[in-house]
Design a protein around this ligand. Structure first.
Ligand SMILES: C[S@@+](CC[C@H](N)C(=O)[O-])C[C@H]1O[C@@H](n2cnc3c(N)ncnc32)[C@H](O)[C@@H]1O
Length: 344
């Protein structure tokens, strides 16, 4: 059997959900609402101009300033009272997602207008009723708040896979959430009736996930919170002959296991994916790999060119450039591109 990489590049977008909105972006920042709190954070890829007024930006409750050139350091400046932790509802109006995804969550192909139609697969696959979950957001040190809203379409997809496994007779589909962080996917999976193993190397993230479980009133849900190194854990699971229906893999570029094991994306991902392949043995299995190690997205440059060429009109293409190996089997990505021409 063989599996070839698709020839088209997908752009999966979300416009958020009731608890989250991207209010504006530009000038290297983004203005977002998480529940009742509005934050102004760095977004180096927002190269374009802001659309909202300075007054609107000044209404943010908290502003994160990086210290010097170091994106990973800095602190929050509190402009209006912010609770130590506050709730953000994830699904709310998605409860009948079997009929349609939330209108804000859509999957569009590149070149398809934003808000393009749902894919046939998405339309057919129902997720049934899933109770809402509550994520607690916090301003803790770095600019992350405990929730990555762009993952919503992945969570929807996961819910569809869980529903499909159930429809095929699997009573309790099994979900493995590697590098699971504060547990949004784990809680949604559990709310949908899956049995979940959540693995993270950080005690703080695991405790935060448990706090989210309590806030979501899912105390009795079958989630195993594993403080472990992702690679060690998967290697052990493979030896035990375990398998899962959905595997979520969201690795950082660099991390450390609880016993100081190093995680380096480019060195360690291939072996981890070998294990994931072995663990995804079930015929209903699905894997989601998300990598944040890129420093830029083709989209950032597409937005910039679109802004600059708006008066001229014309047409644009956007994507990644890649080199195919001589034997034709591998496709190596090299760079992002945008092509503009005056005529379509
Ligand atoms: C959510 S993922 C990374 C994605 C995130 N968007 C980012 O930009 O870093 C980060 C999680 O991986 C965990 N982690 C890091 N190294 C790990 C390891 N070796 N094993 C398991 N989890 C690890 C961290 O504790 C953290 O909760």
């Amino acid at each position: 059997m063989s599996l070839s990489v698709p020839k088209t590049y997908d752009l999966i977008e979300t416009r958020g959900f009731p608890g989250y909105e991207l209010l504006d972006s530009g000038g290297g920042r983004k203005l977002e609402r998480f529940g009742d709190i509005v934050v102004d954070r760095p977004e180096p890829q927002a190269l374009w101009r802001r659309r909202l007024s300075a007054d609107r930006w000044a209404q943010a409750h908290a502003v994160f300033s990086a210290s010097g050139d170091d994106e990973d350091k800095g602190k929050w400046r509190i402009e209006r009272a912010v609770p130590e932790s506050w709730p953000v509802a994830l699904l709310a109006n998605t409860q009948q997602a079997g009929v349609s995804l939330t209108p804000n969550t859509q999957q569009a192909g590149v070149g398809v207008q934003a808000g393009g139609s749902l894919t046939p697969n998405t339309r057919q696959a129902g997720v049934g009723r899933v109770d809402d979950i509550t994520m607690l957001c916090r301003l803790q040190g770095l600019w992350h708040l405990g929730l990555f809203p762009e993952q919503m379409p992945h969570w929807q997809w996961m819910l569809e896979k869980i529903a499909a496994a159930k429809a095929a007779g699997v009573e309790r589909p099994r979900v493995l959430n590697l590098f699971g962080y504060t547990g949004a996917a784990s809680l949604l999976a559990a709310a949908a009736g899956a049995e979940v193993v959540h693995v993270d190397a950080s005690k703080k993230a695991i405790q935060w996930g448990k706090d989210n479980q309590a806030a979501s009133k899912l105390n009795a849900a079958p989630i195993r919170w594993m403080l472990d190194d992702a690679r060690k854990f998967t290697a052990r699971e493979v030896r035990r002959g375990r398998d899962y229906h959905v595997l979520l893999v969201d690795p950082p570029k660099f991390g450390r296991g609880p016993k100081n094991e190093t995680w380096e994306l480019f060195a360690d991902l291939p072996a981890l994916m070998d294990d994931c392949a072995a663990l995804a043995a079930d015929k209903h299995a699905a894997i989601v790999l998300t990598v944040y190690a890129i420093r830029a997205s083709a989209l950032a440059f597409a937005e910039l060119v679109a802004e600059k060429m708006a008066q001229a009109g014309g047409s644009m293409e956007v994507g990644e450039l890649a080199i195919r190996s001589k034997d034709g089997k591998a496709l190596v990505p090299t760079s992002l591109f945008v092509r503009w021409s005056a005529h379509a």
